[in-house]
Ligand binder design. Structure first.
Ligand code: C5P
Length: 422
């Protein structure tokens, strides 16, 4: 399963007023569920449907679920007298745009106001949360990337899009709208609900963390994996959130609960992890704690490979996976200020980590002994050495939670000393 979600360990409340702008995309049906989710949490929800949205959901359905009148037209005389676009834009505590189509994002980024939805978005002084949904190629198109960067700079909040299957047959990638529950939780977060980040040394900072193993499919039922539990990466995400950071955790398949107050992007493969990390950037700090599979099967079978008596065993041809840490650490202007990798070694732990730090252009490497005697994989304890350009510090054996807190503390101190801003 793949998806983005805010931690579910705290049930958020959205007791304020929400204006939900539904854009025209197949994901619009999920926005009907979102109305329900928001109302369950105590919000009053008013809905604006774009013209294109009405091809997918009806004003009747949105009105029945919201128990409010639904708005569709900019030039409705009654509306302009009773409740025009300026009042719609202001008489709310939050505006959610879901699905935020490529077209809507482009209009928002350029300040167009030629229908009710865009006029409201231009007229508002309230926080706006966008849940993009589109074909992965549209999402990765330079024009959309530009628009999203502009909107982020304008202070628009984003949730998703997730990695996954698209409505179009055979299309997969980043572009699926976040689930209704995830959007409701992000809304609570934007509104300063119970999971809003506490004040701390990383307040105002964005930290991206990878965690867990990756699964590389052989066929629909088999995969290549490793022994990573994700405990260390998840502990770092929890520690960074507790230190006040906005945290995006890109997690491979693990059996751990999502850390509180953290946006979690769930992926399976290295390719999905890379795409999710790229979507999550920019960040002040990137910490790569995932045990990414070095290889994937070149072409995984569409059907389960059958064991046929008397015939040869199948041969797996492997291809190298992208190195996520290296691709982020080596990139130019949008490189996070501090890039931290991990090195799991079974022998010559520190020399291997020093070599890795240079080869991958990481700032710091957290080297840990994963020899069978160390009990690191899956265990709760870790013995690490922090390898930086300045030298090596060996930390005494401690719990993974303590390693996480200490690493976050040192990263925060480094950022403060270097006064960097993204
Ligand atoms: O080369 P090695 O796998 O030992 O490097 C470990 C470090 O590189 C870890 O921080 C891991 O998360 C990261 N890595 C990665 N993408 C890969 C392989 C490793 O981000 N394909």
């Amino acid at each position: 399963m793949t998806g983005v979600n805010q931690s579910q360990s705290v049930i958020p409340t959205v007791t304020q007023r929400v204006l939900l702008i539904i854009g025209g995309g197949i994901a619009a049906y999920k926005s009907l569920d979102l109305i329900r989710r928001l109302r369950e949490r105590g919000a009053t929800v008013r809905v604006v449907l774009t013209r294109a949205a009405q091809e997918f959901v009806t004003p009747l359905a949105a009105g029945a679920l919201s128990n409010e009148r639904v708005f569709t037209d900019l030039f409705d005389l009654d509306d302009e007298r009773e409740i025009g676009h300026i009042r719609l834009a202001r008489d709310t505590d939050l505006i959610i745009v879901a699905p935020a189509t490529a077209d809507l994002l482009a209009k928002m980024a350029t300040g167009q106001a030629n229908d009710l939805a865009t006029a409201v978005l231009l007229a508002t002084d309230k926080p706006v949360l966008a849940a993009p949904a589109m074909n992965p190629r549209m999402w990765s198109h330079p024009a959309t990337r530009r628009n999203v960067r502009q909107l982020e700079a304008d202070g628009i909040h984003f949730i998703g899009p997730n990695v996954g299957e698209m409505a179009e047959r055979g299309e997969a990638g980043v572009g699926r709208m976040a689930e209704a529950l995830e959007i409701a939780q992000a809304a609570a977060h934007v509104l300063g609900g119970p999971q809003s980040a506490p004040a701390g040394p990383l307040s105002g900072r964005h930290v991206v963390i990878t965690s867990g193993p990756t699964h590389e499919p052989i066929d629909p039922v088999r995969y290549i994996a490793n022994r990573s539990s994700g405990k260390q990466g998840h502990a770092i995400a929890a520690a960074a959130a507790a230190a006040g950071a906005r945290v995006t955790l890109v997690s491979g398949p693990v059996t751990l609960a999502d850390p509180p107050g953290v946006a979690v992007i769930k992926v399976e493969t290295a390719a999905e992890m890379l795409a999710a990390v790229q979507t999550a950037l920019p960040a002040d700090i990137a910490i790569f704690a995932a045990a990414v599979a070095d290889w994937r099967v070149t072409t995984s079978a569409n059907q389960k490979i059958k064991k046929t008596k008397g015939s040869d065993v199948p041969t797996l041809t492997l291809a190298e996976n992208p190195d996520i840490l290296m691709s982020v650490a080596k990139r130019g202007p949008r490189r996070p200020a501090l890039v931290i990798g991990f090195a799991a070694e079974t022998e010559a732990v520190v020399p291997h980590a020093q070599k890795k730090r240079k080869e991958k252009s990481a700032d710091w490497i957290v080297a840990n002994d994963v020899s069978p005697a160390s009990d690191t994989f899956g265990g709760d304890w870790n013995t690490v050495h922090l390898v930086t350009a300045e030298g090596v510090t060996s930390w005494p054996p401690q719990s993974k939670d303590d390693v996480a807190r200490r690493l976050v503390e040192q990263a925060g101190a480094w950022l403060a000393a270097h006064q960097t801003e993204i």
